[in-house]
Design a binder for this molecule. Structure first.
Ligand code: NAD
Length: 299
């Protein structure tokens, strides 16, 4: 039977550690603050902001959410980002995606204070990550490997030996999820197979995904991975979070990129919801605490 990798349990353990750090820092007079910025409305981004509020308040750090109207100008968004960069009460900043089309994501990310850029989207931080000297490890790829490392530990497999002898296939190549996933996989010594939409379009997706002793899926396509895409005994980590509306009830629920039928082929797999997502939330808060601690040292 397939082992379910329980992200919620892992997130709770991580949360206790982060809460402990927040308390330790508070004892030293250091306060941590998380600021999120959302321009316009988006179902997934708004849900994410609410989850981050819960994750932040659960460990005793302040969260301020800046929800701006969709027609906010470039100058206004840049001014807010710069203001948050200078605000000593803010230790970490997250600009939520998607941004409306009139805003240039790259320009806004570049205006972030790199020391507060907890998702490593500023070119300097993305560069440091690619060089193997990350200032912050972005929360989603970090959570994938946190779960994988914890699972290896549980089944008593040495991480170094496992990665050195494994192929990791990553489906999806976005700047914030897919690309850093391949960087972290390569750093662990694995053979890395990276593919995107093009592999599906040309009918070769299964050929690549079946190479993976570990299959990490971050495409944002519900049910993309079916049984024939998974090598028997692989470990599958499903990053996808896709809102799906049930036509019968009219209610929206979340599904991953992996079809539930594919799970039986795997040795172990993360569920959606309750897999990578809960760890991601706590990881982002942890990065905020890390930023606050570093800022205090530089005062
Ligand atoms: P994105 O849209 O920026 O990138 C998607 C990537 O997948 C692209 O490289 C694209 O080429 C590729 N892709 C799309 N369709 C494909 C297909 N049919 N076959 C193969 N590759 C395909 O998305 P993102 O920001 O990287 O997010 C991906 C998914 O992960 C989304 O469902 C998102 O909601 C979810 N997500 C989850 C977390 C988490 O904490 N679990 C965090 C961020 C994003």
């Amino acid at each position: 039977p397939t082992t379910v990798i329980d992200g919620r349990a892992r997130a709770r353990t991580l949360q206790l550690q982060v809460a402990f750090d927040v308390e330790r820092l508070a004892g030293l007079g250091v306060r941590c603050g998380l600021a999120t910025v959302l321009v316009g409305s988006d179902y997934a981004a708004e849900a994410y902001a609410r989850r981050l509020r819960r994750a932040a308040t659960a460990v005793g750090i302040e969260h301020r959410h800046h929800h701006l109207p969709p027609d906010t100008t470039r100058e206004e968004v840049l001014a807010l980002v710069v203001r948050l960069g200078a605000d000593p009460a803010v230790s970490g900043i997250l600009v939520l995606r998607p941004l409306p089309p009139h805003l240039d994501e790259g320009e806004i990310f570049t205006a972030l204070d790199p020391a507060k850029d907890i998702e490593a989207v500023h070119p300097e931080n993305a560069g440091l990550l690619a060089l193997g000297r990350p200032r912050f490890v972005p929360s989603t790829p970090a959570s994938v490997f946190h779960l994988l490392d914890a699972w290896l530990d549980e089944v008593d497999i040495a991480g170094e030996a496992f990665y050195g002898a494994s192929t990791i296939c990553v489906v999806g190549r976005s700047n914030n999820v897919g690309k850093p996933l391949t960087t972290l996989a390569a750093e662990r010594g694995a053979v890395v197979v990276s593919c995107d939409e093009n592999a599906s379009r040309t009918g070769r997706l299964a050929r690549y995904t079946r190479l993976g002793d570990v299959l990490v899926v971050a495409a944002g396509v519900p049910g993309l991975i079916r049984p024939e895409h998974v090598a028997p005994g692989a470990v599958v980590l499903d990053v996808g979070i896709n809102p799906v509306r049930d036509p019968a009830t009219g209610r929206t629920h979340l599904v991953g990129d992996v079809d539930p039928a594919a799970l039986s082929v795997a040795r172990a797999a993360t569920p959606v919801p309750g897999g990578v997502g809960p760890v991601t939330d706590v990881w982002l808060v942890q990065n905020t605490v890390l930023a606050a601690e570093r800022a205090a040292k530089h005062r």
